[in-house]
Structures are given as C-alpha cells and as structure tokens.
Write a protein that binds this ligand. Structure first.
Ligand code: HEC
Length: 144
C-alpha cells in the first residue's frame, strides 16, 4: 500500500516536470481549459483566500471586542496590500489605475478600522469594517 502511494507521488511529481515541456513543445497554441495567466495573476489568485480568512477574522474580533486580534487580522491584510497593487486581474487588465485605486480604498478602510479599534471606538471600527467589505466588493465587481 505504501509503495503504491510512493509510486503515485513519484508519477505526479514527474507529470509536473513534463507539463512545462509539453507546453513549450506545442509553442503558443492554447489547450482547452488553459486560462491565459502569468505570475502576477497567479499571485492575486493565491492571495485572495487569505483576504477572505483575515476579513472574517477581523469581523469576529470586532464582534468580540478583541483589539489584539483586530490588529493581527488587519495587519495580515495591510501587509498584503503592496502585493495586491502589483498583482494583475484577469478581467479589465488595462485599467491598472482603477485597480490600484480600489486596492488603496481597501488599505484605507482597513487602516481606519484598526485605528478606531485601537482608540477604543468599537462602534466606529465596526462601521469602518463595513467599508472594508464594500472595498472588497467594489474591486470584485470590476475585476473579478
Ligand atoms: C483591488 C482588487 C481587489 C480587492 C480590493 C479585493 N479583491 Fe478579492 N479578488 C480580486 C480578483 C481580481 C479576484 C479574482 C482572482 C482570480 O480568480 O484569480 C478576486 C477573488 C477573490 C476570491 C475568490 C478566490 C479565488 O480563488 O478566486 C475571494 C474569496 C476574495 N477575492 C476575497 C476578497 C476579500 C475578502 C477582499 C477584501 C478584504 C478582497 N477579496 C479584496 C480582486 C480584489
């Protein structure tokens, strides 16, 4: 049983190595469900689930009034903003300025959420968090 598993792992690792070669052998033609993509698009795709967890964590922390957790979760989002600004959506890719602007809106909303939280203004922080959710939705409406 273990050996079978090992063989499986080796085979799939092999496939990973073969894939890029296949692609280059076929030149630039597009294969069925292959989506045109590049490093910046992949980066964005990989980043988004973290945004989802962190903003859910942020909301819970606000509900419980746990300011330390508010800072931690907000910090995760804020730390990723520079990467978000450098990343690239699949849709409306030409509208970079707008994309970066929407990322900035998110940054500002998260910053004010955490700043109000630190000051002990929990109601204000919760209101600011609604702006965070709006900032996520605004960018998705245009670029997702
Ligand atoms: C500046 C633009 C922008 C902002 C701001 C933004 N997103 Fe996204 N998000 C995208 C784009 C573009 C996609 C589609 C990416 C893809 O499919 O590769 C996406 C996809 C997602 C997905 C689906 C994941 C997937 O695998 O495609 C989730 C979940 C998500 N975003 C959560 C969030 C949350 C939560 C926030 C706010 C805290 C947020 N996003 C803010 C642009 C943004």
């Amino acid at each position: 049983m273990k050996i079978l598993l090992l063989i499986g792992v080796i085979l799939s690792a092999g496939m990973l190595l073969i894939k890029p070669m296949e692609t280059s052998a076929h030149g630039t033609e597009n294969h069925g469900k292959m989506v045109p993509t590049d490093a910046q698009m992949k980066k964005l795709h990989a980043m988004m689930p973290m945004f989802s967890y962190a903003s859910a964590g942020l909301e819970t922390a606000l509900e419980k009034g746990e300011i330390t957790a508010v800072k931690t979760e907000a910090g995760k989002i804020l730390a990723a903003i520079p990467d978000l600004k450098r990343s690239k959506p699949h849709k409306n890719i030409k509208q970079r300025k707008k994309f970066v602007g929407l990322a900035t809106n998110l940054e500002e909303a998260v910053s004010s959420t955490v700043n109000l939280g630190k000051k002990g203004d929990l109601a204000g922080a919760k209101a600011a968090f609604r702006k965070v959710e709006e900032a996520c939705a605004a960018c998705h409406a245009k670029f997702r």
